[in-house]
Design a protein around this ligand. Structure first.
Ligand code: PMP
Length: 357
């Protein structure tokens, strides 16, 4: 029996994707072997990575003039890759810091350059455009579009006056339309809304590729991937395969607009449950910055945390415990989490509040 999975990442995969993986496991499309056992330079794998790239381009409307790069090393590798690739001859970068992941990105960038904190918040909101103190000499402006740990999401794209904008969209990619042309680079780990761990994807404007210095490790240089079609060395073949299937699933479901509609319904239901609980549940996140992907909340009476989680588990509602650094609860509502699971969680929250309120 499968649970309703609210895990923050690795996270729920669409059931239909798992079925295809199962069906293709032993004999991948007539190859007589699994996808994990054939060459990454075979025509069969070329089709897989091609489908993933075309899928990303179609789903996000990636304009010509942007490369789609398939990398390993997860999000943390991109924390280093961003300054190494984008500083060029400049020595400064702007970071908007409003949660765990933008803070980690900032820490890594500080190894390579002077960092200007363009705005600062401790995980309760997305700083507004008028608050941003941007440096016109910065090589780039960096932010995290959805802070997974705190449950804070931007509801706008920062305006940077011509300085390349870089976004970490690891936890909300493929959940709403994105105007890629507003960005110098967008990157995301696959393990939340786009597949499994072991793969990170960067969409990079071509004029920003090739600026890394000679000391940049080859596997951190975006140019390595751009020039080789992401086949410089052995790529994470299984992860790319899973993402190609997620692309197919997303297209069948109606694309990112449909995901946007569903995510508004799902997150709306939980926020409504929190708001109508008369303080039994509360969230620290300001209304205009509430994440559609990671709904964070705390129980007024913390001594009820354990019974709350135990009751959730009994109902097959898993992964609701908050990140260890902030405590409380967090329900991650990625694309593969069905509305009925969210309804079951909302019903349980109401019932629990009635019993303990
Ligand atoms: N950015 C965001 C928004 C994340 O949610 C995470 C992981 N949860 C990371 C970066 C780090 O990713 P990784 O664990 O793949 O290094």
């Amino acid at each position: 029996m499968r649970c309703f999975n609210f895990a923050p990442g690795p996270a729920a995969l669409p059931f239909e994707v798992l079925e295809v993986i199962r069906d293709e496991l032993f004999d991948f499309r007539g190859e007589g072997a699994s996808i994990m056992e054939i060459s990454h330079r075979s025509p069969a794998f070329a089709k897989v990575i091609g489908e993933a790239e075309t899928g990303i381009r179609t789903l996000l409307g990636v304009p010509d003039g942007y490369d789609v790069l398939f990398m390993q090393g997860g999000g943390h590798q991109q924390f280093s890759a961003v300054p190494l690739n984008l500083l060029g001859t400049r020595r400064k970068a702007d970071y908007i810091v409003n949660g765990t992941w933008s803070r980690k990105a900032l820490k890594e960038a500080q190894k390579f350059c002077e960092v200007n904190v363009a705005a600062l918040d401790d995980g309760t909101r997305a700083p507004r455009q008028q608050e941003l103190r941007l440096d016109p000499d910065a090589a780039y402006v960096y932010y995290c579009d959805n802070e997974t740990v705190h449950g804070v999401e931007f509801d706008y794209v920062p305006e940077t006056g011509g300085v390349p904008l870089v976004a970490d969209m690891s936890s909300n990619i493929m959940t709403r339309p994105v105007d890629v042309s507003r960005f110098g680079a967008i990157w995301f780990g696959a393990q939340k809304n786009f597949g499994i761990a072991g793969l990170a994807i960067a969409l990079v404007r071509q004029d920003l590729i090739g600026k890394a210095g000679p000391a940049c490790p080859v596997m951190l240089d975006w140019k390595t991937y751009a020039q080789s079609g992401s086949l410089f060395n052995t790529p994470p073949v299984f992860a790319i395969y899973v993402s190609s299937l997620v692309c197919r699933w997303l297209l069948q479901q109606g694309g990112v607009k449909e995901m946007q509609r569903r995510s508004a319904l799902k997150s709306g239901l939980l926020y409504q449950t929190i708001d109508e609980s008369e303080g039994f549940y509360r969230t620290r996140v300001q209304k205009d910055s509430r994440s559609r992907m990671n709904v964070t909340f705390a129980l007024r009476d913390e001594s009820l945390n354990e019974p709350f989680l135990a009751g959730a588990l009994e109902r097959g509602l898993k992964g609701v415990k908050g990140h260890r650094s902030v405590g409380g609860m967090r329900a991650s509502l990625y694309n593969a989490v069905p509305q009925e699971g969210v309804q079951a969680l909302a019903d349980y929250m109401k019932e629990f509040a009635r019993r303990h309120g």
